[in-house]
Design a protein around this ligand. Structure first.
Ligand code: ADP
Ligand code: GN1
Ligand code: MG
Length: 366
């Protein structure tokens, strides 16, 4: 058990309105960013209650207060519309009424009620499950259509600004801090060859084809909760990156992760490709969940969103590899390079299936 978790448990009951006596706390989930733990408490009546405790990654989120303010506002807004207690992530406040607690080391901690009898899918194997993830993210988009996006802090400025990501990547190639550039020439060329593509969403926004909305910005399947029994959509979690953004990048990041025929860090590239059945299922779920809120121009840009999020993520992994693996958590030396290669392979496969993807989404235009 991590030492800071133990420290935290000792303080938890005093600081947060958790009920019962903490019995145990174990590291939980497969996130790349935050440290998450599942805390189980014994209640006086013999039952137990469970929570997710997270230490916000403050080296990435420089202003955790703003992250928490966004999450508070968005969950409050959703709570007014959703009556199912498992339908919205619930922050457990501190006794002072704050949504976070700062420990003596300066770590920001927060507590969510554990969503019982739920599952989140690491990599969907069934189109039905991926359809339900689409429902979860689509409804999230629908329920936030009337949320004033300008009230949200841009906690990670230019997070999905692919042109900026490309410039950061070029800088990392140029600086070659840890001497890895010579070994990844092919990958660098692949990213550079597509330089003309990176501005297309920003351009569509400028032309009025892509409205600014509230977006989740990290729509991996493991950020959507399904009911473990019915496998129906419950809610969306991991709300750190909620910011003003585009619907098509939320759609696209989900496709990048969930419609890949292999895991994000599969080493055998022959296994990597776009699964058109999965693409179709997610598009169906997402657009059903959105309930007609998206413009035709947005729907038609969904394939661009998918390709953009995939190439962007590929270049982010490559940039981190070139900078010495300082951003994403890695499990072995070239983990970021392996992840980069799967993304580039997936982009190439999307390009081969471009017309098919366009045809699939066109059926949903009004
Ligand atoms: P990260 O940013 O590191 O991905 P997440 O907020 O997504 O952090 O949490 C990591 C994992 O913890 C999730 O993928 C999920 O398995 C689990 N998790 C998070 N919040 C809850 C919750 N309220 N109830 C049940 N499981 C949760
Ligand atoms: C990170 O937090 P997690 O593991 O869901 C990253 C995403 C990347 C993803 C790649 C804040 O997401 O942007 O797409 O890894 N989150 C942040 O797996 O950078
Ligand atoms: Mg997550």
């Amino acid at each position: 058990m991590a030492k800071n978790c133990l420290d935290f448990i000792n303080n938890a009951v005093n600081n947060f309105k958790v009920t019962g006596t903490p019995r145990g706390c174990i590291p939980y989930g497969n996130g790349h960013i935050n440290d998450s733990f599942r805390l189980v408490c014994d209640e006086a009546d013999g039952s137990e209650s469970a929570y997710i405790i997270q230490a916000v990654n403050s080296s990435i989120f420089k202003n955790p207060r703003e992250v928490m303010a966004n999450i508070e506002k968005v969950t409050e807004h959703l709570k007014k519309k959703i009556s199912d207690p498992r339908g919205v992530l619930e922050l457990i406040p501190t006794h002072n009424g704050n949504s976070y607690y700062i420990d003596k080391h300066g770590n920001y901690w927060r507590v969510y009620r554990f969503i019982e009898n739920s599952l989140c899918i690491e990599l969907p194997e069934r189109t039905d499950d991926f359809y339900e993830c689409g429902i979860a993210f689509g409804k999230f988009q629908r329920d936030l259509t009337d949320f004033p996006a300008e009230e949200l802090y841009e906690v990670l400025p230019k997070f999905h600004d692919t042109v900026k990501r490309y410039n950061d990547f070029l800088k990392a190639v140029e600086e070659d801090k840890v001497g890895r550039a010579a070994g990844v020439k092919e990958e660098i060329k692949f990213v550079m060859d597509r330089a003309d593509f990176y501005g297309v969403l920003a351009e569509a926004h400028k032309n009025g084809e892509l409205p600014l909305r509230v977006s989740h910005n990290d729509t991996k399947t493991n950020n959507a909760m399904l009911d473990a029994t019915t496998r129906k959509a419950l809610c969306v979690i991991d709300l750190d990156t909620i910011m003003p953004g585009f619907s098509v990048t939320d759609f696209g990041d989900a496709i990048r992760f969930g419609a890949n025929t292999a895991a994000e860090d599969e080493k055998d590239l022959s296994k990597v490709g776009i699964d058109i059945g999965m693409f179709t299922a997610f598009a169906d779920g997402f657009l059903t969940g959105c309930e007609g809120q998206l413009e035709n121009s947005e729907i038609m840009l969904m394939p661009e969103g998918a390709k953009m999020m995939t190439i962007e993520c590929g270049m982010r992994f490559l940039t981190d590899y070139l900078e010495g693996d300082t951003y994403f958590k890695t499990k072995y030396a070239d983990h970021n390079l392996v992840r980069c290669r799967t993304q580039l392979k997936l982009v190439a496969d999307m390009e081969r299936n471009w017309e098919t993807m366009k045809q699939i989404v066109s059926k949903y235009c009004k």
